[in-house]
Design a protein around this ligand. Structure first.
Ligand code: SIN
Length: 303
């Protein structure tokens, strides 16, 4: 049987059986898709949260991989305070933080901008770092009347649905990552993201290595950990040798059945686990403005 171009695997290889809880002590979670994502109701994240609520939210993040909140009103200091309850915050290496809030970056596309948008390739955040982010918190300040949705893809499912032979090969592979594509001297930021505070630099050429299959430090589950923004090649392979397999993995890992799609409103928040999801910011709102604020929680070394 010939498979469709996007559905590259036999999905019966995974049980899809991870715990998608909907009831927590302090809130409810409403599932967004079969693969991942839940909207949390009943939590005002602008206020300091009790340890119990933070622990429950952390559990919800592990259960659903990305959690969403609606109708929040966050000042920059409140977004930082919310994010800090889950760990130390990183400053971005190439996007300058907001005045007075270096841990918060402004992702803005003005109505008259064209070209590629920030985040418009399937990726995990900042995998050019030795210790890529645990997760990111994205707050919608201004949204277009349509479009500008963000897609998320479950990388546990991406790994679990591969054949035993492919898993065995990938389990032993290391990938080389850098920030050259977006932030190198010839990077995409040269001709895009004009209204953001982005710096291109030779620092973006620094290469780091991560396992292609990463074990989540909290759940113990294995997930694919390569992405279209930062992964250059496999260690010990040439770029040309790596390209076909990377292309297959990127397409496999972002197939529809592994995704959910989030429709933003002003005041919406997405908090994703960068260790188990990739995301993609859709560029389908030419002529309209979109502004988001992102804080990034520091992670650990993938293994
Ligand atoms: C990002 O990649 O962090 C941005 C996602 C978005 O703007 O939807």
């Amino acid at each position: 049987m010939v498979q469709s171009s996007t559905q590259t695997t036999d999905q019966s290889r995974t049980s899809w059986s991870f715990n998608r809880r909907t009831q927590y002590t302090n809130f409810e979670a409403h599932l967004v898709s079969g693969a991942l994502g839940a909207e949390i109701s009943g939590v005002d994240i602008s206020k300091p949260l009790s340890e119990e609520v933070v622990a429950d939210l952390r559990q919800a993040l592990l259960d659903h991989l990305v959690i969403f909140f609606r109708d929040q009103k966050l000042e920059p200091a409140q977004q930082i305070a919310f994010s800090r309850q889950f760990g130390e915050l990183d400053e971005h290496d190439f996007v300058k933080g907001m005045e007075g809030y270096p841990e918060l970056i402004r992702l803005v596309r003005e109505a008259d901008e064209e070209g590629m948008n920030f985040g418009g390739v399937w990726h995990s955040d900042v995998t050019h770092m030795e210790q890529p982010a645990l997760g990111s918190v994205l707050y919608a300040v201004d949204v277009p009347p349509f479009g500008g949705d963000t897609l998320f893809a479950n990388q546990y499912l991406a790994y679990e649905t591969l054949s035993p032979g492919m898993k065995k090969m990938l389990d032993g592979l290391t990938a080389v990552h850098s920030a050259e594509g977006p932030f190198g001297p010839q990077g995409r930021s040269k001709s895009n993201w004009k209204n953001m505070q982005v710096e291109t630099s030779d620092k973006a050429l620094i290469e780091v290595e991560h396992p292609v299959v990463r074990t989540h430090p909290e759940t113990g589950r294995k997930g694919l950990f390569v992405n279209g923004t930062f992964t250059l090649r496999f260690k010990g392979w040439t770029g040309a040798e790596s390209e076909p397999l990377l292309k297959f993995l990127f397409s496999h890992a972002s197939q529809e059945a592994f995704t959910c799609r989030f429709r933003w409103q002003r005041g919406s928040v997405a908090f994703w686990d960068n260790r188990s999801v990739m995301h993609f910011a859709l560029n389908d709102y030419n002529g309209y403005r979109r502004e988001m604020l992102r804080s990034t929680i520091a992670g650990d070394r993938p293994y």
